[in-house]
Design a protein around this ligand. Sequence first.
Ligand code: ITT
Length: 215
Amino acid sequence: MLRYVTTNPGKVREAENYLPDGSIRQLDFDYAEIQATELAPIAARGAREAYHRADEPVLVDDAGLFIDPLDGFPGPYSSYVENTLGIDRVWEIASGLDDRRAAFRCTLAYCDGDGFAASPDPIDRDDRVAAAAAGPGDDEADADDAGRREPLPVKLFEGYVPGRIVAPRGDGGFGYDPIFEHDGQTFGEMATERKNAVSHRGRALEKFAEWHAGR
Ligand code: ITT
């Protein structure tokens, strides 16, 4: 059984639309999110930790809202900003900008403990972020003679959707959905199927589902 490891049931509802019926279930586990300026190392680290916890194939996603004229803020800090400022204040900040272009981005990370043609690790291994992304140490038995451990293989899938920040509309979806408009509708106004058809997570899930079906 594939586990979508998240505290957010909204993500699992979206994933169910892309995968065979009954093939995915939520594992409500709050893995440690490392601090990084990109989503990929955060998702990779999360997948490795979640796999150790679940001992089953896992899918983890890290997503965020990137506002163009704010140099991508809040980006990987979207969760912190939602919990502290809240989306109404993000709208207030954006409402003072002439250019309100933004994008949602999502990186999905899959880990099943097996070796496969994993995505290259997102960051050079000597980097502190890469060391953190490598995740919790595997068993001592996995270490080589010099005591180094290979991080578990992780496959990454990315999705992106452009849009713009608007005053809140709609009460569907979750998170920043009411202030993100794409093609005339906010994600908060869209039915799940419609959001899925265009969203960052939908794009990443589509790539994952195709790859996974061919394994
Ligand atoms: P998990 O980490 O447990 O999966 P989360 O909701 O905190 O749940 P993220 O860290 O990926 O998930 O999300 C970062 C922030 O971006 C958080 O505030 C979400 O509400 C928001 N977010 C992510 N995907 C979104 C989407 O599709 N629509 C609106 N907001 C989204």
